[in-house]
Design a binder for this molecule. Structure first.
Ligand SMILES: *Cc1c(COP(=O)(O)O)cnc(C)c1O
Length: 495
């Protein structure tokens, strides 16, 4: 086994240890860290198949991190064994006619982001210690809704850290906004940005590239890092549930160990599905990874034509966590598929930032299928799954299910397929209610609709979402995209 060395997608000689990669978030040259050693990692399915989720997480993370076994145990215990999930198994795969629905939303904020963001603060503080970083860590996060709350809960009151979340002011659901703006903790701040998610994410990346700002906050004892999926420490924990769900299907007698499965993944920033790709690279028998988008279908076009073109209308949809036109983690896939040649990646990323367009050979991605669902299709699927599988799914999950159906119809591939369910339907109660019951009564707010949805379906409202409306609003700041850096500087220098 070689050393666990990571390189930047934009400069192959820009190397970092695992601990350095997790501490920094983004590489100094603006690239994303990727493991150089992934071809040497090969998980033994037989050895892993009966492990609990925390045990499996230990097996997976040990291969990718330079932590001691005791350090890994402590991270896993803090995140996964401290009673923060509402089911003992942490995740579960509900059997369906086509394979299963993998529920990833049983954590403290009722979204799949919890799978990684409950553990990231432990990984980051451990990594910082390992590489002798003695400055405090300022987490900057751009969110399309779910990352923000999950990161706030993860880093809230963690010593030696502050967390600042930026969200597109009119681009998240009312429940998501209430979840974020009611967050307590002495080290948290939430700011609405007058722009969309791409403006917000670009603003955060610019702050990371601002060396003058980095110097001035460093003098005040701070260094920036990221809780977005550009941080490899966000991605690695997500590999675990692909394996876990596969073993669920084995346990359910649906497949034999070694059989192929497909995964259908509701995709925004391409982090979740990239973790599935890493699972495949490291030995999980995956046939196809189905990349499901909403009307912001830049990835569908990319996988079909090879051309990535962000110059298009931006839609606000009922699956807002996927309202993204610049999918950051695609850069990691490109790096892998272009022979791990950073110069080719730089050329494409320069074209993306200058012209908004680049092209790659569409034949490079045989293990991916891509499709999208519009708003009406998404709602129709929520209704159909409720009627036929008795499952109440959220709009993001519905997008993945719709594209799975299209894939099955188009290819006649009968491989069992696991649809990733990424959020509780109660986070998006209005569209879910409307899908199942028709128009919501005039004048009702989103919290009243949660109650109506409960009355109609008797599905339990997750604990983190109850009582939100009565909580005190603690954050209400707003800034323009070009005011984001000043807001960060102010937050870090105040007492
Ligand atoms: C973040 C998110 C997604 C998209 O995941 P990516 O890793 O950004 O592709 C899908 N669904 C929900 C509910 C999310 O919060």
């Amino acid at each position: 086994m070689k050393d666990k060395i990571y390189v930047s997608t934009r400069n192959s000689s820009e190397t970092a240890s695992a601990s350095e990669a997790v501490t920094r978030g983004l590489a100094p040259d603006g690239g994303l860290y990727v493991p150089t050693f992934i071809d040497d990692v090969r998980f033994d399915l037989n050895a892993l198949k009966d492990l609990s989720y925390p045990e499996l997480a230990k097996a997976v993370l040990s291969e990718f991190l330079d932590f001691t076994p005791e350090q890994i145990d402590a991270c896993i215990e803090g995140a996964y064994q401290s009673g923060r999930f509402d089911i003992d198994s942490l995740v579960r795969t509900v059997p369906t006619s086509f394979g299963g629905i993998l529920e990833l939303h049983h954590g403290p904020t009722a979204a799949f982001k919890d799978m990684a963001l409950t553990i990231l603060p432990f990984l980051m503080t451990t990594a910082a210690k390992n590489c002798g970083e003695d400055r405090n860590i300022a987490i900057l996060t751009a969110t399309s809704g779910d990352t923000g709350k999950a990161a706030l809960e993860g880093f809230k009151d963690v010593p030696g850290t502050k967390i600042l979340v930026y969200y597109p002011k009119d681009g998240v659901s009312p429940v998501q906004e209430a979840q974020m703006n009611t967050t307590g903790g002495a080290n948290t701040r939430v700011i609405g940005v007058d722009g969309n998610f791409d403006d917000t994410q670009t603003g955060v990346k610019q702050i990371f590239g601002d060396t003058a700002l980095a110097d001035s906050i460093s003098q005040a004892g701070w260094t920036f890092s990221s809780a977005n999926s550009i941080n490899i420490g966000r991605l690695l924990p997500q590999i675990v549930y692909y394996f876990y769900s596969y073993f669920d299907l084995v346990r359910q007698g649906r497949i034999e160990l070694g059989d192929l499965v497909n995964f259908s993944v509701p995709t925004g920033n391409f982090g979740d599905i990239l973790a599935g790709y890493y699972a495949k690279l490291t030995g999980l028998p995956v046939n196809r990874l189905i990349c499901a988008s909403n009307s912001n279908n830049v990835l569908t076009d990319f996988f079909e034509s090879g051309q990535y073109d962000r110059n298009r209308d931006f839609y606000r949809t009922i699956s807002p966590s996927m309202d993204i036109l610049i999918s950051s983690n695609l850069e990691r896939l490109l790096f892998d598929k272009l022979g791990r040649d950073s110069e080719s990646v730089v050329q494409l990323m320069d074209r993306l930032s200058e012209e908004g367009v680049y092209s790659a050979d569409r034949g490079l991605f045989p293990e991916f299928y891509a499709g999208f669902a519009d708003e009406a299709e998404t709602k129709a699927v929520i209704r159909r799954v409720y009627d036929t599988e008795a499952e109440l799914i959220d709009p993001h999950t519905a997008v993945a299910e719709k594209v799975r159906e299209d894939y099955a119809a188009q290819t006649e591939d009968a491989t069992p397929t696991i649809v990733l369910s990424t959020a509780s339907p109660y986070k998006f109660a209005r569209p879910v209610y409307e899908a199942v019951f028709g128009d919501a009564p005039f004048g009702t707010d989103d919290f009243e609709i949660q109650d109506s949805l409960y009355d109609g379906t008797h599905r339990v409202i997750p604990e983190p979402l109850t009582g939100l409306r009565d909580k005190e609003i603690r954050h209400s700041g707003v800034c323009a995209p070009d005011g984001m850096a000043d807001a960060a500087a102010a937050f870090l220098t105040e007492e």
